[in-house]
Design a protein around this ligand. Structure first.
Ligand code: ADP
Ligand code: MG
Length: 654
């Protein structure tokens, strides 16, 4: 039975500018059980021929039958599977993986074999025993001599019970004692029925072979039988070599390899994880700040009700140039009563005069915000006191010194926000005020603590504390939503009339609908989130490019390993997955740490800056998803590059 049948095999290497023809038409038939030695000068094409025989390289022309199957048209993956199941390789440079033990090196081809059937594999320990290395099972290649390494390589070639073993100058790097041992092992294997094809330039080794072929300038120039070949056995029925990409051992190996590579380059892995971590952390924290701002605005505006109008002095002067009509109205307390009386449809109205003041009470000094408001404020802004009472219209018109305190103020002065201060006195800008109520708790609105303030009657505030004749603004509650626009127009006209301004100077006063304000604020918050999000996204992108860079380094560093893995049967998908898993792992690790870190940052931001931040599940999912996708996207390119390497080119890489 012909285990190998070559007809008219030609091989031309295509270099950048020239074609190098190496094999010029080789016809060769090898029978099962033969021990063939290939001899020839350096550069005559021996390795090229052996690589083609071993399906590591494809001929440019010609027909190749392996165990009766025409293989010259097979795909890369099918060839990988054939190599894995039918062929064993022994290289001059051993090509053991330095991070694996002898045992793991021997097991390697079994990982890429599809058959679950134990009968198709040999026991790796028995094989190491067979090559005389039973005491070196857990040694790594750098702890072994050249001869020992080559014996590990032989054991590796045997693990899947190959039909043929190819050896390219297996003793080329060995001393004469090791050479004898290795050749002895090959001879024994041949005696057990395995076909051996060996390239050598040591003439004395041909004595072990049953047949010697001489190659010169890409042609076979002689072919001699040395002795009768060992008893030729029939090939057992061709094994099934259908390509099946997934098996548990393969997937386990992907993760193991990814882990080994990361653990073997700790600094590099840590830096790439750091890159992703920074990206994810900034994504999380920036989204948290953005979402927080949005939520704060929503909360604040939701409490206002939609039938509110805000009345404020007209557009302020821009750069010293007053607005078109020139004038800017100044609102006075009398406007409040006048509007209530003369504009129909108003249900409530409150004026505002704000300022900051130094307060003293309980021996403590504190600086806070003073808001002078009208009586209607309590209902309009849902600020009915949680204990005590609001002030009355009489107290307002009499400019009486009564105050309602926010929880934060109470906490700052009495050290306990649950303290009941009603009846106590507080000095506001050195004037004694009696505390008549405590304001309901409102929390932070994202930019300001709404509980850090004192409310006093509007007139008291204007004339006794702040010292102003004018209001900052007014809030008007309209009875019926449908009348909003009409009421707004009437307010403008009435104010222009009472302030003796021309009816055309609409710019002098600004009446805005709360719904509009709400919308403006929301769209601002949205823009803010988007801006922050895109900055964070860019940093994630930079992290991703860092990963790609590191993956490229990893690929080129391990090109030899990739070549070896492919030579023993790994297919393109195996290599692709191994590298993708590595980069996805880096990104996921960076992602998880980044999520933790980003959440911590947003908590710190909310503590230090007093902003509301909200880390939402969706932002965590988004950040994690992004980092995983980054790993995938930026890992695919280098991984693909690795997977497409030709095994022989890759093995030659250094
Ligand atoms: P041998 O093993 O007999 O020493 P090889 O088969 O390695 O010879 O090489 C035969 C010829 O092919 C040499 O001239 C070598 O330079 C050339 N060659 C081998 N591999 C390549 C390649 N990948 N690209 C271009 N030329 C190559
Ligand atoms: Mg060679």
């Amino acid at each position: 039975m012909n285990v190998i049948e070559l007809k008219g095999i030609k091989k031309t290497y295509h270099l950048e500018k020239l074609d190098v023809p190496v094999l010029h038409g080789i016809d060769l038939t090898i029978q099962q059980g033969e021990f063939v030695a290939i001899m020839g000068h350096s550069g005559s094409g021996k390795s090229t021929l052996l690589n083609i025989l071993g399906l590591l390289d494809k001929p440019s022309e010609g027909s190749f039958k392996l165990a009766g199957i025409e293989v010259s048209k097979y795909s890369d993956d099918e060839l990988a599977s054939l190599r894995n199941h039918y062929l064993g390789f022994i290289f001059q440079q051993f090509h053991l993986l330095s991070k694996l033990t002898a045992l793991e090196n021997v097991q390697l081809p079994a990982i890429y074999s599809n058959s679950k059937d134990e009968q198709n594999h040999q026991d790796p320990e028995k094989l190491l025993n067979l090559v005389g290395l039973s005491d070196r099972i857990t040694h790594r290649p750098n702890e072994m001599s050249g001869g020992q390494q080559q014996r590990v390589a032989i054991a590796r070639a045997l693990i899947n019970k190959p039909l043929i073993i190819f050896a390219d100058e297996p003793t080329g790097n060995l001393d004469s004692n090791s050479t004898k041992e290795i050749i002895g092992i090959l001879k024994d294997l041949n005696a057990s029925g395995i076909t051996v094809v060996m390239v050598t330039h040591e003439p004395e080794l041909t004595a072990y072979a049953s047949r010697t072929i001489r190659v010169q300038d890409g042609l076979i120039i002689s072919d001699e039988k040395n002795a009768d070949a060992a008893e030729i056995k029939e090939i057992s029925g061709a094994k099934d070599f259908k390509h099946k990409a997934f098996s548990f051992s393969r997937i386990k190996d992907y993760f193991l390899q990814a882990w080994r590579s990361l653990a073997g380059n700790k600094m590099r892995s840590a830096l790439s994880i750091l890159g992703v971590m920074i990206g994810v952390a900034s994504l999380i924290s920036m989204l948290a700040v953005g979402t927080g701002a949005q939520k704060a605005i929503e909360d604040q505006v939701a409490g206002l009700g939609s039938n509110l109008l805000s009345v404020s002095p007209g557009a302020s002067q821009r750069g010293g140039i007053s607005s078109e009509t020139g004038a800017r109205m100044r609102l006075i307390p009398e406007d409040i009563a006048d509007l209530r009386k003369n504009v129909r449809g108003i249900s409530k109205i409150s004026g505002y005069a704000n300022g900051r003041a130094q307060i003293v009470a309980n021996g403590k000094n504190y600086n806070t915000r003073i808001e002078g408001v009208s009586v209607d404020y309590a209902d309009m802004r849902t600020s009915n006191p949680s204990s005590g009472r609001f002030f009355t219209e009489l107290e307002n018109s009499n400019k009486q010194r009564v105050a309602l305190l926010g929880k934060t103020v109470i906490k700052e002065i009495w050290g306990d926000s649950t303290f009941n201060p009603i009846g106590e006195y507080v000095k506001i800008n050195r004037i004694d005020f009696q505390i008549i109520g405590v304001l309901p708790e409102k929390g932070s609105n994202g930019f300001r603590d709404e509980d850090d303030k004192i409310i006093i009657p509007l007139n008291t505030a204007m004339y006794r504390v702040i010292g102003t004749q004018y209001l900052n603004n007014m809030d008007v509650q309209v009875q019926d939503d449908a009348d909003m626009n009409e009421v707004a127009d009437n307010i403008t006209q009435r104010l222009l009339f009472t302030h003796r301004m021309p009816a055309s100077s609409l710019d002098a006063v600004r009446v805005r609908n709360m719904a509009e304000i709400q919308e403006t604020m929301n769209s601002m918050a949205n823009a803010f989130s988007l801006l922050l999000g895109s900055i964070a996204f860019i940093s994630l992108l930079v992290g991703g490019i860092g990963i790609m860079n590191i993956m490229f380094v990893s690929v080129s560093e391990r090109t030899k390993e990739i070549g070896l893995r492919k030579a023993i049967g790994a297919n393109n998908a195996d290599i692709l997955f191994q590298f993708i898993i590595e980069s996805v792992f880096v990104c996921c690790a960076g992602g998880i740490i980044g999520i933790i870190f980003g959440s911590a940052i947003s908590i710190v931001i909310s503590k230090i800056a007093g902003w509301t931040t909200a880390v939402t599940l969706s932002s965590i999912v988004l950040a994690f998803g992004f980092s995983a996708v980054t790993g995938l996207l930026f890992g695919v390119w280098p991984a693909r590059k690795a997977s497409l390497l030709n095994p022989i080119e890759a093995l030659r890489h250094d």
